[in-house]
Design a protein around this ligand. Sequence first.
Ligand SMILES: [Zn+2]
Length: 428
Amino acid sequence: MTEPPPARTLLLSHPSCGKHHVRGHPERPERLHVILAKLAHAFPTLPLVTQVPPATIEQLERFHTQSHVQAVIQWCGKIERCMDELEKLPDTEETKERREVLKSFEYVDVDADTTLMRYTREAALFAAGSVVEAVDAVLAKKYVNAFCAVRPPGHHAEPYKAMGFCYFNNVGIGAMHAIAVHGLKRVAIIDFDVHHGNGTQTKAETTPELLYVSTHQAPFFPYTGHTEENNSAVWNVEFAAGTSSYPFRRAFVDEVEAKIAAFRPQIILISAGFDAHKDDPLAEMNLTDDDFYWMTKRLAALAWHHCEGRIVSCLEGGYHFRALARCTELHVQALVEASLISDVTELLPMEGLQIEKPQKTNLRLVLAKGAKQKTLVLPDITIDKLRIAAKSKWQMKKSQQFRTAQGTVIADTISLLELENDTILYIA
Ligand SMILES: [Zn+2]
């Protein structure tokens, strides 16, 4: 019996990435713990590098301004010195005032949801360093692709400031490294996190070697990334709250893939956020586990067509632990499968990767209010559409009104909202 060929996917992480922790914050160390546990279980033989060097100042400053890099480093240094002193001070009446001063430096807010603490610098440096290491490994052809299980995330970090849980733009730093050190002329970044990566877009706008393509919920934090901004370096695809698989996949093929293919990238970097999942508590899109697998397979095929399969993927958001762990496993599964190909000619036809239009059926709808019951048949409607309307309180267009077989309108925006409160909706 011959052994199957070893996968050529590299996993990277660093213990320090788990140390940045702000009490009560959704971007927490457990995100990494559940991912690493899941990956260790699912891919026990996959190489996992946990000792990467931290990003250097030179690497950081290819993306960020010197003043931003210094601000993060010096603020964290100050916090660290305060916490060290606090630990050594005896708990007495004489030290009370000093202890209170020191304690006030435990958390330093950058904005409403971005906070520096003792280990932020360390975690952020190793997160960015992992992406740089992954880019080196993939461009040296040691591996076909790589996934960096790191945090804090990076795509909101602007060249000149931290924001939105992000301090250093991990994927952007990896991209600038590929350009500066490996001399790449075309680096594509695809960002499927539910939030727009404003920081990455800013850099792409002034870096001719970069293409930034983002799919995200809109309008939504950080309220940037509009289709009107689209140009040769930036492509935003906006989705309304409630968007589910079919419209997402359609736009992914028509816009994301088309844009990346036309760019002919030499490497594809992924800002892999899993918060567009339907279970995610921070957003309102309705993607399923399978959508993340599908999307990664499509990107892997694209990478094989243009750049010998080269992909470096980097964790961004994803805040529902179980969904996050499952989707990351599927994402890596797709990368592993793609790594076993040795040539573009081995690409199987995109079996199972086509887009299946949701079946339209006649639904039997039972409306019950108190003792009253009414059964209605809804022709030509999809379950998805019903779910979307019920979940997101979308402003429904006239064409989306629910009608009976005879054409009577039975539910418009208002009655649907009422359905959620005192009317029970059964779908049979
Ligand atoms: Zn996000």
